[in-house]
Design a protein around this ligand. Sequence first.
Ligand code: F6R
Length: 613
Amino acid sequence: MCGIVGYIGTGAVADILLNGLKNLEYRGYDSAGLALNDNDKISVYKAEGKLFNLTNIINNKEISKETYKGIGHIRWATHGKPTINNAHPHISNDEKLVLVHNGIIENYQELKEKLEKEGFIFHSSTDTETAVHLIDKEYKICNNLEQAVLKAVKQLKGAFAFCIMHQDEPNKIIAVRNHAPLILGLGDNGNFIASDIPAIIGVAKDVIYLDDKEIAVVEDKNLTIKDFDGIIKIKQKEPLNIEEESISKRGYEHFMLKEISEQPDIIRKLLSINMPDFNQPITFGSCDIYNLIKGIEKIEIIACGTSLHASKVAKSMIERLARIPVEVTPASEYIYKTNLTNEKTLSIGISQSGETADTITAVRQAKEAGAKILTITNRPNSNIVRYSDAIIPLHAGIEVSVAATKSYTAQVMVLSLFAISLAEIKDKITKDYALKLKEELKSLPTKMEEVLNNNTEYKNIASSYLDTKNFIYMARGINLATAYEGALKLKEISYINASGYAAGELKHGPIALLDENMPVLAILVPNTSTYSKVLSNCEEAHARHAPIIAVTSKDAELPTNIFKHIIRLPEISEVLSPILYALPMQMLAYYIASLLGREVDQPRNLAKSVTVE
Ligand code: F6R
């Protein structure tokens, strides 16, 4: 988690770093800090809480005009509370060496004990400070920052990305990457280091993606990259073709609402990339599905959170359409259980960020067990990709809001196309049925626009539930995953406790919770085998005085007396309904949270990429 930035050049260092941190706020927002270097010394500024606290401090300070380099950090606390002492940058005892870190140093305890015995004084309870003193110790032996860092990193276990500066080596910042993301940006007025692209959009022209066990010496006009043995690596730079506009709110109050509104266009884009012509096979760029599934007897999908819910939708689709058994496992469980994964398994890792530590570890294990690996990600340059045999990109654009919305529907869209494609390859559906599904997919963006245009309705409904403490979301079949996702959206941004249940399970326990204070949202897709059953479950909930919101289709004939609210959506067949039915869940969660005055884009305790296991 955490975000780091570094800059050396002739631009306004503090502003560049603060802007970089602003664009990395999705990675954490417990505390923030900057270290700035002018000609004679390093100054460190830190603040608890959101970035604006640090910005206020910096804006009230006179920053020396001589400042030409600096490093910055935004924290999501792992080791040690989010206090000033624990905030980065951390500084050496002689106040000459500063460092910011993303990751976890696993052997910090034993290193700390050793360093303390040698006289180093620790001021924080972080794992990071160990790295500062260790590098400082090596520096005092060799008097060379690059050599000191190379010696120190070989003693560290765990994941780390660092930016490091030393007062006595004024012309450089050292960047290090090992199992935590780090990129270098090249600009006209200097060079940049960052955890992720948004930090350098608008200032850097090109980007270089560092690999694990690489160190970069970053100077104003020069970059040297080496491996941990000190051997020079020649790496290609890539143009950074991302507009600043793509990470702006574009007039929306929150990124979440902006990202919700982008969904129809993202689905259109995915359709035009993967299914430009109904009569041609669905394609996925460089990913050759036909070869990928040759000899495969089972599919397993590994993911976390919202991506896990997309996986559950995919299981229903693939099993129904292509008749291939699919197992879905939360990545954090996969790592520690017995998995019957082998060379006849296709393991699909789904991760918006491509950085989620649990998913990466699980995918690596699946690869070691002999499985073929397909990765579905929104960040084709991310960490997860290095374990993949094939990638399908989501093309959803940068998702800034911590709560995933557009990446979820993009995942479900890609997985719908994947399921249809598998069914066609395996000859499990008729040509006519495949064509009908494809036609329905083509009509989806317009239907999504229709759903999203009803925002006044969602806002009105949301206003009835602002005093609610608990919520139940229920469904059966393929939309059970939609119910789980709806409940997750609500709880993570509004802090209202919400649970998703298989509607038929309600009577086996959760029904005891029902009364007039327990609203139930029921997903009722007409013309399905479970429709009348979910309706009966709504009757049962109504008999216990629960206020019920039905999310259903325009043509559904519902008994009006049992529902407090009915949300009607355009008609769609059940197997393709999860994308459309996800939208009212997102809108309700958004409006409830925003009417409650919650920090919608940055909910408490969360960060967008969870890079720790
Ligand atoms: C919820 C949310 C998280 C992520 C989860 C996995 O809105 O965003 O539950 O879905 O942390 O993240 P990725 O997909 O990046 O692996």
